[in-house]
Design a protein around this ligand. Structure first.
Ligand SMILES: *Cc1c(COP(=O)(O)O)cnc(C)c1O
Length: 754
């Protein structure tokens, strides 16, 4: 197609020209062009259709991703260049959809991309949050949450004009369906992400994210994960969940009927996937709807069990949802009798109380319901699936051994290599051709360039260019200066104690004190962190305050600043990730072994040529196996050791603090007057107290090993040729982590779509 002509025409309708238009106008013209092209494309077809239910879809900006998949990105770039702009400048006018929080939502987005790219019939089902999780404001030295409105008058949302009536306890509420199109990679397929919404959404709060949580009719889709520290907040989460699954289940049955099948044939023509426990109520809702259509309970339960699959994402007890039956009675009385019947059915299979759907306190255990009434249950990395089977879900695994499997997570290389790192993508293509774009495992062909000094030099130069671009982006967007010749050491992910950003802070203090004593490094180090903390998670917010204060202290110290920077990137999101990851030298994946189910940023960094500094946790284990010990920096206790320490209650940070003088000095520095003066002293002190009194995720246990291995890693950076070789191996082996591979496995073992 003639892109220039198409754009010129649209811009003429808007009263301008390609040369006269603003980037915002060009963005609108491109958006319309892509949407027009996609209306002519068809959804994938097959005997079974998948509905992937998820509370989050962290899709990121969509313009570039759509152009890549339509095969138009390079052509558009050329046309824009001829008119004095760039795709990067134009896409800066696109607000990032605020429909997710972290890895779980990003995984769902990568999966939709892979499902469409493999030509499989599958749509996403979620909610259309208006103000997102929140936008993070750090201007006062602590995290403040602000609404993050992202829906512009012209956006990727398509109003389908369809709605379903959700039977809440207080009466029916219409769920209006908006769609976002999901094109496959150069295959003419376009699937859909269905996002349900209330008809009259509340306006955004003027400041902050507090709102009337009792106003369900208008506020249901205001925010993702509304504050659940009171009854109204918890009830609102149940309202959201039931709204999503009831509307989704009705959509499924309507489409089944349209395709000419009877409700009792549901399992033969539909696969439902439950991404973590938020959509669990789809099980009783589908049973209820089948019973409404004349199917007996026992048959309906069997059909639904054969239809549903469930992915567990965490073994952290806090994240395994339970709801008092009283809440469900208030929100969704229609499914209450069904849940009691499901509980009885499960009790007929086993009298093991640990796996009951409803416990002795009339509380519903969502994950338990999922495992009993899904035909497949999976973990998200080999280690995680093993821990599920051997410990966390052992009674279930004994009851249903055939249900359990592993599906190691993946990422779409269309966004996380071709889209965000075009320089590396074209270097790779120059070297090995472009088969890897359809089959990421072909990246292994790069291994034939191992030992080719010229190629390794080019690889290092691509990284340097990306570092310079990141420095320019940080200057322009976040108002911070970094030295592109320093080592870029990056930890970006949700803020959580188990991910141990607090241990990274200990390293920064250690390094600061070293430099103060005259032990300056070979080369400056730039530590970059980025993370949002859940609004009610005090210790996570405190850790952000500590890191901000540390960043200030370092920057204001003329002895240290030339050698060390600690940059905390405000409002970490997909767009920030796309700038940060291609520029990383070191990928920080330092969770306490056994706690990170998989991780996916570890995969993104690897594919972009960063070396992993990490524990043997989640998918790091598989990265280590693929690249070999000489191409990764591992430290810390094993998951077995850690599980043993928890089982025996055998970890006391106080003892570590008393026994290890050097570590105690670093810890005590947290409460030094110079640091307290540069941030919120209350927050910072709480982090200190937690380290010594609790340290639930054992940062002190691994801190020494962490510092030592990090120092070795940074020293190795100086042998540029050897480092480049390691980066090459990492890129070459990253193809295993393509979400195309993951989705093929889901399809082969669970969904059987075609
Ligand atoms: C990939 C990604 C994540 C997941 O990061 P982990 O380090 O695997 O937890 C979270 N947020 C964003 C914006 C991402 O792109």
């Amino acid at each position: 197609m003639d892109i220039e002509k198409n754009l010129s025409q649209t811009l003429a309708e808007m009263g301008t020209t390609l040369d006269g238009a603003t980037n915002a106008q060009i963005f609108c013209a491109l958006l319309r062009m892509v949407r027009d092209l996609e209306t002519e494309m068809k959804p994938a077809e097959g005997n079974r259709k998948l509905y992937y239910f998820s509370a989050e879809f962290l899709v990121g900006r969509l313009l570039r991703a759509n152009l890549v998949n339509l095969g138009l990105a390079d052509d558009v770039e050329r046309v824009l260049a001829a008119h004095g702009t760039t795709l990067a400048a134009v896409e800066d006018c696109e607000p990032e959809p605020s429909l997710g929080n972290g890895g779980l939502g990003r995984l769902a987005a990568c999966f939709l991309d892979s499902i469409a790219s493999l030509g499989l019939p599958g749509d996403g089902v979620g909610l259309n949050y208006h103000y997102g999780l929140f936008r993070q404001d750090l201007s006062e030295g602590v995290q403040r949450e602000e609404p993050n409105p992202w829906i512009a008058p012209e956006s990727w949302l398509i109003d389908t004009g369809t709605s379903f009536s959700v039977p809440f306890g207080f009466g029916p509420l219409a769920a209006h369906m908006y769609d976002i199109e999901v094109p496959g990679y150069e295959n003419g397929v376009v699937n859909r992400l269905h996002l349900f919404d209330v008809e009259e959404p509340s306006p955004a709060p003027a400041r902050g994210i507090a709102f009337d949580k009792g106003d369900v009719r208008h506020g249901l889709t205001s925010f993702l994960y509304p504050d659940d520290s009171d009854d109204a907040g918890r009830l609102l989460r149940v309202y959201q969940q039931y709204f999503m699954v009831s509307a989704g289940a009705q959509l499924i049955l309507a489409e089944l009927e349209e395709r000419g099948f009877a409700p009792k044939e549901l399992d033969r023509h539909v696969a439902v996937h439950i991404n973590d426990t938020h959509p669990s109520m789809v099980i009783p809702e589908l049973v209820r709807l089948l019973m409404e259509r004349g199917i007996e309970f026992e048959d309906a339960a069997k059909i639904v069990e054969r239809t549903c699959g469930y992915t567990n994402h965490t073994i952290l007890a806090e994240a395994l949802e339970t709801w008092p039956m009283g809440y469900i009675e208030q929100v969704a009385p229609g499914i209450v009798p069904v849940i009691y019947q499901l509980d009885a059915l499960a009790r007929a299979r086993t009298d093991d109380e640990r796996v009951a759907v409803i416990d002795g306190n009339d509380v519903v255990h969502m994950a338990n319901m999922d495992v009993h009434f899904s035909h497949a249950v999976n973990g998200v990395a080999a280690l995680h699936a093993q821990i599920l089977v051997e410990s966390e879900m052992r009674p279930f695994a004994e009851l249903y051994p055939e249900k359990f499997s592993n599906k190691t997570n993946g990422i779409t290389f269309r966004r996380w290599l071709m889209g965000c790192n075009p320089e590396l993508a074209s270097l790779v293509t120059d070297a090995i051709g472009d088969d890897w774009k359809r089959d990421a495992s072909r990246l292994e062909d790069l291994l034939s360039l191992s030992g080719d000094a010229g190629f390794v030099q080019r690889l290092l130069r691509v990284k340097e260019g990306n570092k310079e671009r990141l420095a320019a982006w940080l200057r322009a967007e976040k108002n911070v200066e970094v030295d592109p010749h320093s080592i870029f050491d990056i930890q970006v992910k949700r803020m959580h104690q188990y991910k141990r950003q607090q241990m990274n802070a200990l390293y920064a203090i250690w390094k600061y004190l070293q430099i103060k004593r005259g032990n300056v490094p070979n080369r400056p180090l730039t530590m970059v962190l980025g993370a949002k903390a859940a609004p009610a998670y005090t210790l996570a917010k405190d850790t952000i305050a500590l890191l901000l204060a540390l960043g200030r202290l370092i920057a204001e110290d003329p002895e240290v600043a030339p050698w060390l920077r600690l940059v905390f990137v405000e409002n970490y999101n997909v767009t920030a990730a796309e700038h940060l990851i291609p520029a990383a030298d070191v990928s920080e994946q330092i969770s306490l072994a056994s706690k990170e189910a998989s991780g996916t940023s570890n995969m993104k960094f690897m594919a972009n040529g960063a070396l992993t500094l990490g524990t043997l946790d989640g998918a790091n284990v598989e990265i280590a196996e693929l690249v070999g010990r000489e191409n990764i920096y591992l430290f810390g206790r094993s998951s077995e050791d850690v599980i043993g320490l928890y089982d025996r209650c055998d970890y006391r940070p106080w003892d570590v603090w008393q026994a290890d003088g050097e570590l105690a000095e670093i810890l005590d520095f947290i409460c030094s007057p110079e640091l307290l003066a540069r941030g919120d002293a209350g927050c910072i002190t709480r982090v200190y107290r937690d380290f010594i009194a609790k340290d639930y995720f054992m940062a002190l246990l691994d801190a020494r090993d962490y510092v030592a291995v990090k120092e070795r890693c940074l020293a190795d950076y100086e042998d540029r040729a050897a480092w480049g070789e390691k980066a090459l191996v990492n890129i070459a082996k990253s193809g295993f982590f393509s979400s195309d591979r993951t989705i093929r496995e889901y399809n082969r073992d669970i969904w059987h779509l075609s």
